[in-house]
Structure formats: structure tokens, C-alpha cells
Design a protein around this ligand. Structure first.
Ligand code: ADP
Ligand code: ASP
Ligand code: MG
Length: 405
């Protein structure tokens, strides 16, 4: 019997009615003759609420205790879903990440999966049970609870699908698939039938929260095709799979945006070898991730260095930079939390020059100033003012006729 992995996100189980709906969908898959492994997220906004509770106690909670706290959200979901499946007359068993054999490293709040011991899961599947696994969590070899980073239930599902050699991996969410841009912002956004791992990686990295970045990376590395679809309807969603299997490569597949970044600038930094290495190793030591970096042409031996970080990391970055300015003999620093990144993503860009110029033209037509630019072979990102992000996304979507396909 083949194995199917189905993952249901927080909004799909936001209340008891929805949870019962998930139970019905799961049972339907079982009735179709498959072994079913279900991965489920915490109900609705539970994880955010737990984060707020911790922050109300201390601004810097211990990461180990944070994992103990956050993992409780998914533990509620698995128990309730198992009960809902049992109430429909089917046998189900719930597993925490630890019980499911998900072994991770010790990097609390962003742990990496190092192994999955599937014996227990396989035994229960053989007994005909529907196995329900808590997403987003695992445990270290010392049995400490860990979590896999926000949105990490996607990763749990994909890692299980890879390990169990599942026939299908379905990610059920509150939209019908992957769209040309966030359908909640642009109502003309069009659902894509298919998108490559590479494009989805760029979309996820540049703000499209519909799939967790690390989950897409894992899927690409282990070649797990993913079907992203709605938990509220039966219509087909979007397949995420290898580019080589795609017949057509659109120039632009989608537009993503990220309003959760901030810009840091170091002014008048001495322009000599080793400075950038010093700056960015100090930033890395503070566990701050950097996205776009720009260094100006230097005049009179001085240069400006700007880079973007997650807004949550701005205080940590600021502390490092404020220390570096006098140490390096720089002139000063600027911090701007009011920025957004808007990105065009498409595999066809590799072979179509001129897309960047067109993008800049659209932004300039709408009086949107570009503060930073970064590119990859299949992405162009511009840093602009946060207040102009919505206009930028809508106008770019219209200009490139993404609603038309
Ligand atoms: P879940 O709770 O199921 O994990 P998420 O909230 O993580 O769901 O992701 C789904 C949301 O992602 C959608 O409600 C949508 O607003 C947002 N989103 C952003 N960009 C896109 C896109 N390009 N296509 C589809 N959804 C998108
Ligand atoms: N509940 C976790 C979060 O909100 C994991 C997930 O939903 O994928 O980030
Ligand atoms: Mg999600």
C-alpha cells in the first residue's frame, strides 16, 4: 500500500469545525486505499500567542524553554485531530515529534533534522492506523524538544515524505495553491499549475510565506514533488517540482515582497582590505542573517556599506554596528526600519535580458525610489520604502500581465 503525507496548516485547523473537516479529508484518503501520515500545525494563531506570552515575561527568553513552549501548540492539534478521526470510526494515533522519531541537532528554535527513525510510525501504519504527527518539532539525541523555525510544519511533512518514500506529499492551506503574488494583496493574482523548486525557493526567500524556505530546500535536495492546495475545496492546486520536468518556463512566474526587513548603513568606512570581513563576521557572530549588501564606490579612501536584516534582528545588528563604528574609524551609522523588498522571480529570466530595466521603469513611473538592488539568475529584488510596497507589487503585476498567464 502506498503512503500519502498530508500537511494541514494553522488556518486549516483554526477551529473545531475546520478540524472536523480535516478529519473527513484524511479519512477520505484512507478510504481510497492509502496509508496516511498527517502532519498538523498549531490551531490558528496559537504559536504567535505563545511567543507573545513568552515576550511578556522577558524580551530574551531562553531558546530551549521557547521550544518547550512552542511545541505545545502542535501537541494540542494532534490529540484533537486523532479524536476527530476516531469519532468518524477510523483508527488514529497521534505522535509528538519525539515519538515520531524526528531527531534534530541542538540549535533550538531553528533545529535541523538529522535523522528520522520511522519504525514506530511504520508499525502503526501496518496496523491500519492513520498516523498524526505534530509538525514543526523534533528532539535531540538527549531528548530535548526542538523546533524547526517558523512555518516548520511544511518541513516536517516534506522530510517525512522523503523518508517514507511517500507517493504524494500534499500541503493543504487557506489558498488554492501558489499564486503569481499574494492573492490577499492582489485580487487578480493567478494560480500557477506548476512552479520549479528554484523559483519557489526564491519566492519563499523573498517573502512569500506560503511555503517555508527550508522545506522547499529539503524538497529540492530529496526530489519530493509537492502539491500545494486548499483544505477547503477539492480543486487541484500547484505542483512544485524540478525545472527539468517543466515544458514551459515563463519569464516571470511571480512577485514576492517582504515588509519585515530593515536597512543598516555604515557611513565613511575606511576602504581597505579586511573591513567587510570584520563587519560581517561580527554580525554573523550575533546570529544575524544578512540579505542584500551594497558597498559604494569609494572616494578619498572612504566608503558606505549598507545591508538589510530581519526587523527582529535590528536591535542586535545595531548593537554590533554601534560598537564597530568607533573601532573601525567609521563616520557613523543609519538605521531604517521602514523598508520593503519587492522581487520578480522567473526561471525564464535566465535567457531574457531586459527584465530588470523594465522593472526599474515601472517603479520610476510610479515615483518609487530604488534604494538597493540585488539579483540572482532567476530573481531581481529592489529595496524601496515600505509604504510603497503595495503599489509596487500591484503595478508590476499589471505591467508584466501576470494575471493573463
Ligand atoms: P498555513 O497556515 O497553511 O501554513 P501560511 O499562512 O503559512 O499558511 O501560508 C498561506 C498564506 O500565504 C496565504 O494565506 C497567502 O496570504 C500567503 N501568500 C503569500 N504569497 C503567496 C503566493 N504567492 N501564493 C499563495 N499564497 C501566498
Ligand atoms: N506553528 C508553527 C508556526 O506558526 C509551525 C507551522 O505552522 O508551520 O510557525
Ligand atoms: Mg505556513
Amino acid at each position: 500500500m502506498s503512503i500519502v503525507v498530508q500537511k494541514f496548516g494553522g488556518s486549516s485547523v483554526a477551529n473545531i469545525e475546520r478540524l472536523k473537516n480535516v478529519a473527513r479529508r484524511v479519512v477520505q484518503e484512507k478510504k481510497a486505499g492509502n496509508n496516511v501520515v498527517v502532519v498538523v500545525s498549531a490551531l490558528g494563531d496559537t504559536t504567535d500567542e505563545l511567543v507573545q506570552k513568552a515576550r511578556a515575561i522577558t524580551p530574551h527568553p531562553s531558546e530551549r524553554e521557547m521550544d518547550v513552549l512552542l511545541s505545545t501548540g502542535e501537541q494540542i492539534s494532534i490529540a484533537l485531530l486523532a479524536m476527530a478521526v476516531q469519532a468518524l470510526g477510523y483508527d488514529a494515533v497521534s505522535f509528538t515529534g519525539h515519538q515520531a522519531g524526528i531527531v534534530t541537532d541542538t540549535s533550538h528554535t531553528k533545529a535541523k533534522i538529522v535523522d528520522i527513525k520511522t519504525d514506530r510510525m511504520s508499525q502503526e501504519l501496518e496496523r491500519g492506523k492513520i498516523v498524526i504527527v505534530a509538525g514543526f518539532q523534533g528532539s535531540t539525541v538527549d531528548h530535548d524538544t526542538t523546533t524547526l523555525g517558523r512555518g516548520g510544519s511544511d518541513l516536517t511533512a516534506i522530510a517525512l515524505a522523503a523518508k517514507l518514500k511517500a507517493e504524494k506529499c500534499e500541503i493543504f492551506t487557506d489558498v488554492e495553491g501558489i499564486y503569481t503574488t499574494n492573492p490577499r494583496l492582489v485580487k487578480e493574482a493567478r494560480k500557477l499549475a506548476v512552479i520549479s523548486y528554484e523559483e519557489m525557493l526564491e519566492m519563499a526567500a523573498s517573502g512569500a510565506q506560503v511555503m517555508q524556505l527550508r522545506a522547499v530546500e529539503y524538497a529540492r535536495n530529496y526530489v519530493v514533488p509537492i502539491h500545494v492546495r486548499s483544505s477547503f475545496s477539492d480543486v487541484p492546486g500547484t505542483m512544485i517540482k524540478g525545472e527539468e520536468t517543466m515544458l514551459e518556463k515563463p519569464i516571470i512566474s511571480g512577485i514576492s515582497y517582504d515588509t519585515s526587513q530593515a536597512k543598516v548603513t555604515m557611513l565613511g568606512v575606511p576602504d581597505k582590505p579586511g573591513i567587510a570581513a570584520k563587519v560581517f563576521s561580527a554580525i554573523a557572530q550575533a546570529s544575524v542573517n544578512i540579505d542584500t549588501i551594497i558597498q559604494n564606490v569609494s572616494e578619498s579612501g572612504m566608503t558606505d556599506i549598507s545591508f538589510t536584516v530581519e526587523s527582529d534582528d535590528l536591535p542586535a545588528a545595531q548593537a554590533v554596528v554601534d560598537g564597530l563604528v568607533p573601532a573601525l574609524g567609521a563616520k557613523g551609522s543609519l538605521y531604517d526600519p521602514d523598508i520593503a523588498t519587492v522581487s520578480l522571480v522567473g526561471a525564464g529570466m535566465k535567457t531574457h535580458p531586459g527584465v530588470a530595466a523594465e522593472m526599474f521603469g515601472v517603479l520610476s513611473k510610479h515615483k518609487i525610489n530604488i534604494e538597493m538592488i540585488s539579483t540572482s539568475p532567476i530573481k531581481i529584488s529592489c529595496v524601496i520604502k515600505k509604504g510603497q510596497a503595495e503599489t509596487a507589487v500591484k503595478e508590476l503585476h499589471k505591467h508584466f500581465k501576470l494575471d493573463k498567464g
